[in-house]
Design a protein around this ligand. Sequence first.
Ligand code: G6P
Length: 369
Amino acid sequence: EQIEKGGYEHFMLKEIHEQPNAIKDTYRGRLRVKEGIIKMAGVDDNLERFLNANRIIVVACGTSWHAGLVAEYIFEDLARIPVEVEYASEFRYRNPVITEKDVVIAISQSGETADTLAAIKLAKSKGAFVFGVCNVVGSSIARETHAGAYTHAGPEIGVASTKAFTTQITVLTLLALKLAKANGNISISEFHKHLTELELIPNKVAEALKADDHIKTVAATYKDAKNCLYLGRGFNFPVALEGALKLKEISYIHAEGYPAAEMKHGPIALIDDQMPVFVIATKKGHYEKVVSNIQEIKSRSGKIIGIVTEGDEDVKELADHVIEVPETLELLTPLLTTIPLQLLSYHIAVMLDKNVDQPRNLAKSVTVE
Ligand code: G6P
């Protein structure tokens, strides 16, 4: 097992650090910057189904559901296709309206999640076209879907999902860009800009990983918190949810993710000097509005940890700590802002002496209801 961990103390840490290569493996052969194309066989063969879709319905569970939520923002922004994101466990039992004009995207790392599999079968029985985004080759979901795209993240052993999440977002971004080009909703120059930036993401993830020592000191400061709040907006709202989930899963600290602007409708009542608030406040993404949320937290003595763009000044002034990530297109920031939140949860769990790779009560793949 030590050999499999490749010198890392835990699988989770190894998998966090594998992300630059995992993302590269995901877009290898698909992202062709010089030719100005994205190649995805499962999409090329079924392009008409996608282009004629009334809407896309994403079904997934857990972290994969969070990747689906990021995809909703990306698909609607780039390809102008309406997207709904559903918990597979709800979708399968609520007699949903599904038609032959719907495209269902099922996202699953393991490809074995029982609720997601059942949602796929339901969608198929109503005539929808079902596309899978799986990591495990030949898994049940990969076999049950009409077509799909593998994430190629490599085996993920840690129960808390890390590289599966960022590679799912990578595949879904490729898909959104491909459809946006095919349906004419993106200009050639914008398309090119996105391809070029996406290709740079692995290096930027590697850059973000270098903050590890600093993140460890932040983790030491907040490891005894009883509750934590995670806030983000736009493309980074799902990242806030995922950040909170990571902390819950492995450290057993209660955490909640919220869209930053919804704070005033509830969570703000919880804020006092015992409450760390992790705020994703990258440049461009409603930055000024998030900064004013930070001011509201500060005036209630909350502890602020900002996830910011390199060189940020405003949040640094207000926050107790900031963690920087490199600059990229707003739409691609989830691939970077996720990294420090994964590391934070990891270090807190290690400091609390928890079983990082196999947290209590959780399973890597949930094959029963
Ligand atoms: C379990 C795992 C999570 C995962 C979820 C969905 O709860 O612990 O990490 O996100 O299942 O799994 P899937 O394999 O369908 O992505």
